[in-house]
Design a protein around this ligand. Structure first.
Ligand SMILES: [Zn+2]
Ligand SMILES: [Zn+2]
Length: 303
């Protein structure tokens, strides 16, 4: 999995920070989280093809998170897309999309599968699923998780041979989870020749929100948590009033959730330099990354 930060600003764009959008590449598909104004230009800068989009997950209906959608969907039509495109988001997104389609006379050649979702698991793929949880922001806002299924453990051919399994197709059957009975009537189960299952990867995206306890459980043990941190601690009151988190509050969530990597996004346009944000985050979560537009983050497979 590779994550590209397409937009790391919040509320208004700056020359350095575009509005919120995060692209996650997995198995040839792109999952886009939020679609701030100018997202399609960020696709070009990141050398990503919008044609590979599988789903767009919108956190909420604030302009900075959704106004890139009409342009992106129109560009996709120019690429003669045929397969359908999922758009997930809280109630209200269907009306938003219907209205701009109508007023712009936009009739996509592909099927837009718009689904207004609530909390819990909302999509299951062949070896992954996606979940949402409501967070503390107005209007209704969802945080997202993409969780992969565990992978089978490592196969040990030498153990199989020792147990009398001849090299060949029987190896593959064991790796696919089948129990074998050999000609000698000896029973060989996969667990006799394979290591324990390997954890699937977990990606979590949380913005906009005040710090909220349900996110700690939601992001538990994530490989990557991207969480908003719009202000530094001295602006905690303002952050609270506007429904946002400080960098320190976000870092505490990352620490409590025991995530492996933590990236801060939705950064206020008031911060040209990020030293202070980094320092505040590192006091709580050493290794915290202050997001930058077009930054790429790899999430390796668990060994
Ligand atoms: Zn925002
Ligand atoms: Zn917002």
């Amino acid at each position: 999995m590779k994550v590209t930060l397409l937009g790391t600003g919040g509320t208004i764009p700056t020359l350095r920070r575009n509005l919120p959008a995060i692209a996650l590449q997995r198995d040839g598909d792109i999952f886009l989280f939020d679609c701030g104004e100018g997202t399609q230009v960020q696709f070009l800068k990141a050398s990503l093809s919008p044609g590979k989009l599988f789903a767009i997950c919108l956190t909420h209906l604030h302009g900075d998170h959704v106004t890139g959608l009409p342009g992106l969907l129109m560009t996709i039509m120019q690429q003669s897309r045929e397969r359908s495109l999922f758009i997930f988001g809280p109630p209200g997104i269907r009306e938003f999309i219907t209205l701009f389609k109508k007023s712009l006379g936009f009739n996509p050649s592909y099927f837009l599968d718009v689904r207004e979702i609530s909390e819990g698991r909302f999509y299951s793929g062949p070896n992954f699923f996606m979940e949402a949880v409501a967070v503390d922001h107005k209007p209704r806002t969802l945080a997202y998780c993409l969780q992969e299924a565990p992978r089978p453990g490592r196969f040990h051919p030498e153990k199989a041979k020792e147990l009398g399994v001849p090299e060949g197709p029987l190896f593959g059957r064991l790796q696919r989870g089948e129990t074998l009975t050999l000609e000698s009537e000896k029973v060989i189960t996969p667990s006799m020749v394979m290591g324990s299952p390997r954890k699937g990867r977990k990606f979590v995206y949380v913005t906009d929100t005040r710090p909220c306890p349900q996110v700690v459980a939601f992001a538990d043990d994530a490989d990557l948590l991207i969480h908003e941190g719009m202000f530094i601690s001295e602006m905690e009151n303002e952050a609270h009033l506007k429904g946002h988190s400080t960098v320190g509050q976000a870092a505490q969530i990352a620490k409590d959730a025991r995530v492996r990597k933590f990236v801060i996004t939705h950064i206020s346009s008031r911060y040209r330099r990020t030293d202070e944000l980094r320092k505040e985050a590192h006091n709580i979560f050493p290794g915290a990354i202050v997001g930058k537009d077009l930054m790429e983050i790899l999430i390796p497979l668990h060994k």
